[in-house]
Design a protein around this ligand. Structure first.
Ligand SMILES: Nc1ncnc2c1ncn2[C@@H]1O[C@H](COP(=O)(O)OP(=O)(O)O)[C@@H](O)[C@H]1O
Ligand SMILES: [Mg+2]
Length: 302
């Protein structure tokens, strides 16, 4: 059988992030893709061009209907994506067709043309579309669900402290402490916790000719809805002529359009962006400093 196209940059990313289990997963990936495709009656066309931490492929079924097959490391995060997709039920988010949590595989309706929000040149239009999708995917947090909350995510702050007890890490410990305080403040004083998408940025918002702009790739986490605008605000910034001014425009327009209180929005942004920066340091992502720069700008805007 023909070997799949698995880019080296993808393999490196997986190994940096997941270590030995990532290496083992990569070794069996080719075989896994083919056995899942066989089981589900699919023909593999090839991976998408913007792979990150999952192997995402274009496939077609026996009637030439296109789908997206997503294969990831089996485990809690993958199960959680499945749970969240089931809860969205194809409204505001691409529809889940079949899933196999044990194998770490899921099949999605393919959004067509599937243009990413990052391709739209007019930043005001981008923000408007983002706000539209954000509103479509508001859902109450199921009481008996297994969803993590942002407080679980915040354990990354404690891990950061224990990795750098001498305050010798790239992010000062006092800053991390402030991020922890803001996160708790927003959780306690802002809007009630909901089910958040958790990673609603430009590459996770696609255009469907039939349904308009829709989300994909939800992480599924309970928390204040303020947290669900942060991943978008810091994305696609440093390739633009004036990143700081663009960040401010996003803050202004989002708080106005979604009627989110500006100070709370900024505190949520400082805490969540610092959390992302801690994750980036853990994952050995060389761009951690750009993320941290955004946290500093949000703080300046406060
Ligand atoms: N349902 C879909 N329809 C069309 N394209 C998709 C769909 N799901 C994913 N893609 C494409 O694959 C890319 C990666 O998928 P995604 O689920 O975001 O994976 P990851 O979790 O690795 O970020 C997306 O940015 C998009 O280009
Ligand atoms: Mg994605």
């Amino acid at each position: 059988m023909k070997k799949m196209d698995i880019p080296i940059s993808f393999e490196e990313k997986i190994i940096n992030c997941f270590g030995e289990p990532g290496k083992e997963w990569l070794q069996s990936l080719d075989e896994k893709v083919h056995s899942i495709a066989d089981n589900w009656g699919l023909k593999v066309e090839g991976p998408v061009s913007n792979l990150s931490y999952n192997y995402v492929l274009n496939v077609i079924d026996g009637n030439n209907i296109p789908y997206i097959l997503k294969i990831g490391l089996p485990g809690f995060d993958f199960e959680n994506e499945i749970r969240t997709l089931q809860l969205y039920d194809g409204k505001g988010c691409a529809r889940l067709v079949i899933a196999d949590a044990e194998q770490g595989a899921l099949l999605l309706e393919k959004l067509q043309p599937g243009t990413m929000l990052s391709t739209e040149p007019d930043e005001r239009v981008v923000i408007e579309n983002f706000c539209h999708v954000w509103k479509q995917i508001r859902r109450p947090l199921p009481k008996d669900g297994d969803f993590p909350t942002v407080l679980h995510w915040a354990k990354a702050f404690s891990r950061y402290h224990s990795n750098y007890p001498e305050n010798d890490g790239p992010i000062p410990n006092e800053w991390v402490k402030m991020a922890v305080d803001y996160l708790h403040e927003i959780q306690q004083t802002s809007l009630e916790s909901e089910l958040l998408h958790g990673d609603l940025h430009h590459e996770n918002i696609l255009y469907s000719a039939e349904q308009g702009w829709l989300a994909i790739d939800p992480k599924g986490v309970g928390g204040s809805p303020y947290f669900d605008v942060v991943s978008f605000m810091i994305n696609h910034l440093f390739t633009k002529p004036d990143p700081k001014a663009l960040l401010k425009l996003r803050v202004d327009l989002i708080s106005e359009t979604l009627q989110l209180e500006r100070e709370q929005l900024l505190k949520a942004a400082v805490s969540m962006t610092t959390l992302y920066a801690c994750w980036s340091v853990e994952d050995k992502d060389p761009d951690w400093d750009k993320t941290f720069q955004c946290a500093k700008w949000f703080h300046e805007f406060l």
